[in-house]
Design a protein around this ligand. Structure first.
Ligand code: NAD
Length: 251
């Protein structure tokens, strides 16, 4: 895979899958816009990028900050070839306690609305470059998570899946491909934050919910994202790639 002179935007690039993705695209010669809320963390990831890169500090749940990502990328690089909507949050909440509603609002704003907004803002530029979008969803968008209190997260990822299909449908006539990746457990912050203050939860618990008895490394997901963004995947659009170590099948 080579992304020489391509311009890639990665949201949530300060950690986990987003960081691995930004570093991989850079290794494959792309220029990268790294988007996140924490400049110190972004700078550490940027230090591992060997091509031209741009750090944009943005909270993607805020519209003006989303606009700034596109503006700054175009000022710096003049075009956009790949958009990776990766940033995501997981907030617990149940129907019985009623706190699912506030969780829903926050989770939808980051996991869905921001991805939709960024795709809209990038659309003309992706059409001009015959570019591509990869949305990072989750196995939880296909089957509700068994913990039970992550329903708003599952709902957001299911919405993202349908958005990806619709975007693929609409943008295919302009030569833009849109695909989704749906990981199971990956060794990143988001999953351990799920455990909260419960110190009895370990990686073994997450391994145990998969058929292959393993948790993915962020780099494995980054490789799939890069493949889908590459010309090797030129025939693939509107697809959802489940990469979950057999997590869904085990349920
Ligand atoms: P992570 O917590 O390391 O990464 C999420 C990133 O999104 C963080 O850098 C975070 O700061 C950023 N982010 C969150 N809200 C933001 C906002 N409002 N503005 C800007 N940035 C924001 O965890 P990760 O596993 O790398 O998560 C990446 C994606 O993968 C997420 O969409 C997540 O839902 C998805 N995913 C993760 C797993 C897993 O087990 N780790 C499984 C399935 C899907």
């Amino acid at each position: 895979m080579s992304f020489v002179s391509k311009v890639v935007i990665v949201t949530g690039a300060s950690s986990g899958i987003g960081a691995a993705t930004a570093i991989l695209f850079s290794k494959e010669k792309a220029n990268v816009t790294l988007v996140g809320r924490n400049e110190t963390k972004l700078a550490k990831v940027a230090a591992l990028c060997i091509t031209k890169h741009l750090i944009v500090k943005a909270d993607i749940s805020k519209e003006d900050e989303v606009r700034n990502i596109v503006k700054r990328t175009l000022e710096e690089f003049g075009k956009i070839d790949v958009l990776v909507n990766n940033a995501g949050i997981m907030i617990g909440g149940t129907i019985k306690a009623g706190d699912i509603l506030s969780a829903y609002d926050s989770v939808m704003a980051t996991n869905v609305r921001a991805a939709v907004h960024l795709t809209c803002l990038c659309a003309d530029h992706l059409i001009a470059s015959k570019g591509t979008v990869i949305n990072v969803s989750s196995a939880a968008g296909i089957v509700v998570q068994s913990t039970g209190d992550m329903l708003s997260y599952s709902m957001s990822k299911a919405a993202l899946n349908i958005f990806s299909q619709g975007a693929a449908l609409e943008l295919s006539k302009h030569g833009v491909r849109v695909n989704t990746v749906s990981p199971g457990p990956v060794a990143t912050d988001i999953i351990m934050n799920m455990a909260g203050s419960d110190t009895t939860i370990t990686w073994k618990d997450f391994e145990g919910i998969t058929l292959l008895n393993r948790v993915s490394e962020p780099e494995e997901i980054a490789e799939l994202i890069a493949y889908l963004a590459s010309d090797k995947a030129r025939g693939i659009t509107g697809s959802n790639f489940v990469c979950d170590n057999g997590c869904i099948l085990k349920r």
